[in-house]
Every structure is written in structure tokens, then in C-alpha cells.
Design a protein. Structure first.
Lengths: 394, 199
């Protein structure tokens, strides 16, 4: 019996007992958040100065930064997009497995390019990179899962840059997830830094070429606007201890902009564009500085707010912003009851590496190494034992 | 030399039939009731009758049908890029060995990925003229296929292929069917009903 269901059952009952209390707290916090949103809606200068004060107290503070649109503003979907080239990219990877017989890594990027109303069939692209031997030890450190993810993110954005080069007319590119690179900072700092610099170079070239680029975050969990409201409500003493100050902990940005009852954003509407106040502001500077808006891609009665990350050069250009807004809503509506950009789903379908493919690559690599008389290691005993067929349970 | 029309490749096979797959954009050629052939070597090929054309769904297609916004671009992407094959179920009705057509089950079935061709009119005439409609046995004995509809489609296509002699050939074919089904009144009525619609 792998799970003690008796213990689980008791714990579930305990969770259930607290539901009423949690709901009451949550509703109070939600009402307070709405109140704060109304009070500070147009006080953008005050909010920016409060964020500055919070930054003095905690340099790692992460929140939304108002730019020039009111906090609670809502912007309808612009005219439908009739002409543009859309490119989406997604990546997947096989991480190095120290328990496997052969150490290798694969980064696979799938991309799809669609010219709206062109009559042309969308084009599909795949780039696969196999890493082996010294490639798995950048700067002498074993390639971690975090670094592989960075490599994949860089490859995705690079693919967008390559495909968009030389295209005429408006070009909208997007990937799944934030634009900001994440992870691996502590593991191999110099490798992380190198990837970030390459990534910033790619973003700069996209900007030079006038290409719109965005990161689409489905079901976002970062409550950047709620954090801004918390900072707004803090007095000077609370600002000093802002890291511990969370009066709206149970409120989410998703609820604020797209709660089931009375969502701030009607279907197809976007929120104000905000800057992102975070430590990454030191890296993403000038036209590359990171911004975002929320977008309700859901339907009447079924709101579905997502976060769209954009660089400043897109945020500052109303035409580009409107085009991106229209494209994303159109893409999501293609998917019917579960809105998500069609092309991102197709890029994912193209990129995803299945377990059978992993095994095939492993076999091909093993065959080649054996043919070349290279010494082969064995799978770890732990991994071997895990692969044993279990006893069938009735 | 007549142009060979490739309609797909073999997915799975058995002695009594096989399943071929093609891309959606290859779907112009195959038709319900059409005679197809799978050449296995220079002197051996298997003949079959298409009795089912099937397009499977998948998760994405299921989701897209709930949307009112399926653009032409998305249609083309799904039909030409996504690997969702059209499947054709084929009933084995005979084979040809060393230039001689047999209305018997093939000694061995075609193999995976063998190319399946649509029979042209010449092939159709040659196959249907050989012997005395022995291949009707296989069609009438196949419980899982819509017998009347398949026969009606086949007879109509074969009549056209026979040209001037098509009428006589069809009369003989119907007479043979009546003879074969004389003890199976419900099937006979179903076949004649379908044939009546096709005339």
C-alpha cells in the first residue's frame, strides 16, 4: 500500500474544517483589495514613489510598477487583425541523467509560422541539438536542469529572431512563459550570465527589426499588482518591514482582473500596462525593460485572465501593443472553450520530446559509441531496480 | 503507360483485409466502393475494395470544433501539417499472380507501408471480368461492412469502366447476386434496394 489513506482522510477532513474561516478571510481581503484599487486607481505618481520606498527597504521587492494607464483601466480588443505574420516557438528538453548508461542532453525547439489570411499553409520548423561529452560540463560544472532550461529558452527566442529576419509587414512572435529568464543563478553564475547576455542580444535584434515579441503566461501565479496594492497600503513603518507585510496574501491578480464574479476585465479586454519592478531591472534595461498586462481571453461568464510579458519597445508603441492584443485574443478564440494561443499549442506539439524518442536517441548513440569501440557505462543499479516490473495489484 | 494513382500506404493487414492510411490532402482519389491494389512484387498483387473511410479525431481537433473561429489558416495547418491520417479499410477480394487474376483470398497480405494504388478503369475491367464474379463471395460474407451500399458503389464504378459493355456486365452481376442471395431474403432486399438507388 503506497499511500496511507487513513492518514490522508483525516488530513483532508482537517482541511475541510478550515474552509469557512479561510473563505471569510479571503473575502475580506478581496474587498480590501478592490477598495485599494479604487483609491489608488489614478494616483500613479504616489504609487511609483511608494514602490521606490519599498525598494529602499527591500532591494529584491517584486511588484507591478504603474506606467501611464490607471490601475483599474480596461482596454477593449482593437479592430481584428487582417494581415500579419505570426511566429510561435516552444521548446522541450531531455535533461542529462547521471543514472543512465549514457550521459547526453537534447534541446528541441519547435516553431510555427502563419501568415494571416495569406492562403499559405503555415510552416513548421524544428531545431534539435544533441549535447554530449564536454558540452555537458560548461565551465567545468555539470550541466544542471536549470541551465538546460535556460539554453532552451534562449533557443526559443533565437528561433523567433531567425525566422522573423527579413519578413515584410508586421511580425508578431511569442513563446509560452515569461520573457524574463529564470533559474540557475546560484548554480553556475558565469554560465547563467553568458546565457542572459546572449538572450539580451536576441531581444535587441528583435527590437531593431521592429518585431513584436511577447511571453504568454497562462494561469499566472505571480501577484504583482496585488503586491503593488499592499505596498500602497503600507505606512512608513510597515514599508520598512515590507518583506513581512502581506495584508492581501489570499488575493491573487487572477481574481482581481478576472474573478468569476464581476471581473475587472470583460472578455477580450486587456488591463493597463505595468512595468515589472524586480532585481532583473538591472539586466533588462532601456527598451528591453520588462512590462506586462493582463488579458481576459475567456468568454462571457467564463473569464480567463492571462499575463502577457512584453519589452518596453512594444509597451511604448500603441500600434504594436494593439496588434499583439488583437492577435492573442484571436489566437485564443480559435481554441474554443479552453482558450490558449493556437500557434503556441502547435509549437508545443512540434517541440515535445516523447519518452520513446528519448529511448531511440539513447539507442542510436549507444550503437555509434559501440561501433567506435568507446567504453560504455552501465545504468545505475537504482535506476535498474526502479525499472523492474512491479507486482500487479488487484 | 497509364499514370498510377497512389492513395496511401498500408497501416495494418490480414488475410481478409487491410487498412491503408493517407494524408488528408491525398483524399481526392479514394472513394467508397473503389477497387484498389497493393503490388507486392513484379508478379504478385493483392486486390481490395474500400468499404470504410475513416478520419480519427484528436484532442486538438475536438477542441477546435467547439470554436466559432476556425480560420482557413488553421484548417490548412490541420489538414496538411498535422499527422492525422485518413484511414481506409479495405476488404481483400482477390489477387493476381503471374498475370492471372484469382477471386480468392490472397496467399499473403501486403506489408506495412506498402503503397496502395487506385485501380484504373483497365484494372477494374480486368479484375471484374475474370472468372464468374467469384469475388462477390468475399463481399457478401463480410458481416462488418455495409454490403448493399458497397456493392452499389462498386457496380456503378465497374459499369462505367466497362464502357459500352457496362450494361450487360451489370445485368450479369445482378443476376449472380440474386443467385447467390436466393436463400438470404433480407440481404437480397437490402442489396437490391441499394442497387435501385444507384441506377
Amino acid at each position: 500500500m503506497p499511500i496511507d489513506y487513513q492518514q490522508i482522510f483525516t488530513q483532508i477532513k482537517e482541511i475541510g474544517k478550515g474552509a469557512k474561516e479561510r473563505r471569510k478571510k479571503k473575502e475580506e481581503a478581496q474587498a480590501f483589495a478592490r477598495e485599494l484599487l479604487a483609491v489608488y486607481d489614478s494616483q500613479l505618481d504616489l504609487l511609483r514613489s511608494k514602490v521606490d520606498s519599498a525598494k529602499q527597504a527591500d532591494s529584491n521587492i517584486r511588484c507591478a510598477l504603474p506606467i501611464n494607464e490607471n490601475l483599474a483601466s480596461s482596454h477593449p480588443i482593437p479592430a481584428s487583425v487582417t494581415q500579419a505574420t505570426l511566429i510561435a516557438a516552444d521548446g522541450s528538453q531531455i535533461n542529462p541523467d547521471r543514472h543512465a548508461a549514457i550521459q547526453f542532453c537534447v534541446v528541441n525547439v519547435g516553431a510555427i509560422q502563419m501568415k494571416i489570411n495569406s492562403g499559405e499553409t503555415p510552416e513548421i520548423f524544428t531545431d534539435t541539438e544533441l549535447l554530449y561529452g564536454d558540452d555537458l560540463l560548461p565551465n567545468g560544472f555539470p550541466l544542471s536542469d536549470g541551465l538546460v532550461a535556460l539554453k532552451r529558452d534562449l533557443a526559443e527566442r533565437t528561433k523567433l529572431e531567425i525566422l522573423s529576419k527579413g519578413l515584410k509587414g508586421s511580425v508578431v512572435t511569442f513563446t509560452d512563459g515569461p520573457i524574463e529568464l529564470w533559474g540557475a543563478k546560484g548554480e553556475d553564475a558565469s554560465s547563467y550570465e553568458a546565457y542572459v547576455q546572449k538572450y539580451l542580444g536576441v531581444l535587441s535584434r528583435l527590437q531593431t527589426n521592429g518585431v513584436i515579441t511577447a511571453g504568454y503566461v497562462d494561469k499566472p501565479s505571480a501577484d504583482l499588482v496585488v503586491r503593488l496594492l499592499e505596498i500602497a497600503s503600507a505606512d512608513s513603518e510597515q514599508i520598512k518591514k515590507i518583506r513581512e507585510f502581506h495584508p492581501l496574501r489570499s488575493v491573487s491578480d487572477r481574481w482581481l482582473f478576472g474573478g468569476q464574479k464581476n471581473p475587472l476585465l470583460p472578455p477580450g479586454h486587456r488591463s493597463a500596462v505595468f512595468g515589472i519592478q524586480s532585481t532583473s531591472e538591472k539586466k533588462y534595461t532601456g527598451v528591453l525593460s520588462l512590462h506586462f498586462f493582463y488579458l481576459n481571453v475567456g468568454a462571457e461568464g467564463h473569464p480567463w485572465p492571462v499575463r502577457v510579458e512584453i519589452p518596453k519597445w512594444v509597451a511604448d508603441d500603441k500600434t504594436k501593443l494593439d496588434l499583439l492584443h488583437g492577435v492573442l485574443v484571436g489566437q485564443c478564440r480559435m481554441m474554443g472553450s479552453k482558450p490558449y494561443p493556437y500557434l503556441l499549442h502547435r509549437a508545443h506539439e512540434t517541440a515535445v520530446v516523447k519518452n520513446e524518442e528519448k529511448q531511440q536517441i539513447e539507442q542510436l548513440l549507444a550503437m555509434e559509441l559501440r561501433n567506435q569501440d568507446e567504453e560504455m557505462d552501465d545504468m545505475s543499479n537504482k535506476s535498474s531496480a526502479k525499472g523492474l516490473k512491479g507486482r500487479t495489484r488487484r | 503507360m497509364t499514370q498510377q494513382i497512389e492513395i496511401g500506404r498500408l497501416l495494418q493487414a490480414g488475410t481478409t483485409g487491410f487498412v491503408a492510411g493517407c494524408r488528408v490532402n491525398q483524399l481526392d482519389a479514394p472513394m467508397f466502393g473503389a477497387l484498389v491494389r497493393a503490388p507486392l512484387s513484379d508478379n504478385y498483387q493483392v486486390y481490395g475494395l474500400i468499404h470504410e473511410i475513416h478520419i480519427d479525431d484528436d484532442g486538438l481537433v475536438r477542441q477546435l470544433v467547439t470554436s466559432n473561429n476556425v480560420s482557413d489558416d488553421v484548417m490548412r495547418d490541420n489538414r496538411e501539417n498535422r499527422i492525422v491520417p485518413v484511414e481506409m479499410s479495405v476488404l481483400a477480394v482477390g489477387y493476381e499472380q503471374d498475370g492471372k487474376v484469382h477471386h480468392l483470398l490472397p496467399p499473403r497480405p501486403p506489408l506495412s507501408l506498402d503503397v496502395i494504388y487506385l485501380c484504373d478503369e483497365k484494372d477494374l475491367v480486368r479484375f471484374t471480368s475474370a472468372g464468374r464474379f467469384g469475388y462477390f463471395r468475399h463481399i457478401l460474407g463480410a458481416q462488418e461492412i455495409p454490403i448493399g451500399e458497397a456493392l452499389a458503389a462498386h457496380l456503378s464504378q465497374a459499369e462505367k469502366a466497362h464502357g459500352k459493355g457496362g450494361g450487360i456486365w451489370k445485368e450479369q452481376a445482378i443476376a449472380e447476386l440474386i443467385s447467390l442471395l436466393r436463400d438470404d431474403y433480407p440481404t437480397l432486399m437490402s442489396v437490391l434496394g441499394a442497387l435501385g438507388e444507384a441506377i
